[in-house]
Ligand binder design. Sequence first.
Ligand code: SF4
Length: 307
Amino acid sequence: MRVILAQPRGFCAGVVRAIDIVERALEKFGAPVYVRHEIVHNQHVVNGLKAKGARFVDELDEVPAGAVTVFSAHGVPRAVVEDAKARKLPVLDATCPLVSKVHAQGKHYVNRGRTLVLIGHAGHPEVEGTMGQVQGPVHLVGAEEEVESLDLPTDTPIAYVTQTTLSVDDTKNIIAALKSRFSDVIGPDTADICYATQHRQSAVRDLCRVADVLLVVGAKNSSNSNRLREIGIEEGLPSYLLADGSELDPSWVRGVQTVGLTAGASAPEELVLGVIDALRRIADVEVVEMDGITEDIEFRLPAALRI
Ligand code: SF4
């Protein structure tokens, strides 16, 4: 069996920074450090940080007075920032700078009197954070068909922003539907789909041309990992999302010559290696890596953690 690895795959700069913030906070301030929500959507990462002394909470009222508190990479609503301020909690913000950029764009458009449409998936923490960062109503659209049901006059001045981890094509279609229904629609020059999402999605499309089956390593609640699997399906490949090697079902790869393997932006490389080990228990495996973009983006840590 040939296993072809997508390039790039796995950790993005926002995830590396978020994990780094928790680890450095533990080193600098000592355990426990409180983290609101999963720092990134990956149980292995969360468990690793728990073992080092991080405590994950759903809401700030579970954080004791004065305890170091980290906001997750997905961002938080303004009410949470204000609540932390009121409680004088020392906060380290691990919101990915690309998510913060979307918050800033949304605020900018609303301040200019536009009605904001957020293209994203209901219930995702990034979407809740973005909706809660912007003052005034935000209309959430998750699919092209939902544009029709927006209860707004067609001459409403609209601005859109998007969740960072959607599929490039879905976003493109929703933006086109907005432009066809409303007469005055503006948005950022390029959609807010982040560089890491775009790179991983185009690498998967390339991978699908040479593979018979697609395996995506990532958590069930990881938006960008789900999009990678959907791209595999769009490209006509049986495509599976698995958290790690233990979830590999041998029937997925029975009789298959070429397996395409990638990982979402919050999945560590060790989990990819674990899937290769699981494949090795089924067949003789030759591993090759596709040519692709090498990423060298790094995001700065918060000032309190810089050496
Ligand atoms: S996927 Fe993109 S937006 Fe999300 S954390 Fe990574 S770099 Fe930031």
